[in-house]
Write a protein that binds this ligand. Sequence first.
Ligand code: 3PG
Ligand code: MG
Length: 400
Amino acid sequence: MIEGLKTLDNIDAAGKTILVRVDLNVPMQGGKVTDNTRIVRLRPTLDFLLKKKCKIVLLSHFDRPKGKFVPSMSLAPLVDELADIFSGTEIKFGVDCVGSAAKDAVSRLGIGEILLLENLRFHAQEEQGDINFARELASLGDLFVNEAFSCSHRAHASVVGINQFLPSYAGRLMQEELEVLSGIFSSAKKPIAAIIGGSKVSTKLELLENLSKTMDKILIGGAMANVFIKALGHSVGKSLCEDGMKDAALSILENAQKNNCKIILPVDLMVARKFAAHAPNKVAKIEAIPAEWTAVDIGPDSVRLFVDELKECKTIVWNGPVGAFETSPFDVSTYSIARSVAGFTESGDARSIAGGGDTVSALMHSGVIESFSYFSTAGGAFLEWLEGKTLPGVAALVKG
Ligand code: 3PG
Ligand code: MG
């Protein structure tokens, strides 16, 4: 439990109007939601409030409209998806999140109904963390529930401001994310390993530094591994490899060693003639990456090495795919490791926790995500949590 955090166990919600900050920033294509995980995971909180005969007002952002009304970034299409998931509940829409349109919509809201207000980020004050904007939002309800852990790394008005005006509570998903993710650093069974992938090492330096203090091993894949391979004196051919990162990479290796954290790098890579689906490809040892080829995935010996290292672990944390999984067949190693981790979890040998937009999307495609112990709904917030940062949204909620 997080000290100082008020949860739905402490709320006297019956009959009240509850403002719920949610994250409906979900992937969409052609006006349809393509992954509704973030909405489905709201069920425990919203069902709880519906049972208490509350009026529910949902606040969310969508995409990055930069303070302007952008029709393609309206939350209106989300009403249908909410209606599917909360069937039998009346879902209404308010064309603005503040002003008379919002007030009128709230005044027409009945007990046991859900009102979704339009994109918070259509107002620049949201991202500015404007306190008057937060006050206006707060005036729409009696109590505030923050159910958007995945937005906690943003010091925006709806994330850090509303709680200054209303009694505030963590929703069930917020609570679950906090409990699971704090457990990584406080109560995880050892040995504990992190699989870290992705393309840019520069975005993961703090992550690697912080994790090397807690993890027994870190397995590095994805294009970010190329930086380490090059820093160790190998050529990476035409592979994506960030410039100017050699010293940072060597310092990570050195600090990890001081912390008794074993860093495991790929020993072979799958390389392709060009970066395109089904481009001619082959496996190359890291000592012999051909000059004109580009790395697209880790190789089969690396997968065997990674799986062997993971086999003895009791806790496995995963952030970042190990190959360019969106382009077939460069998804092979990510899926293969996913299946192994799922297997270790199912047999009770390990607890597995995954997070990050790309990671979760890759694991979903792999078809084994349900076998993981936990997957976070957060991208950036998950990363910053693992970096050891204080998330403004969590700090605000704990302070009350
Ligand atoms: C996310 O999708 O990670 C959150 O909704 C935050 O979105 P942002 O990166 O646009 O702030
Ligand atoms: Mg996600």
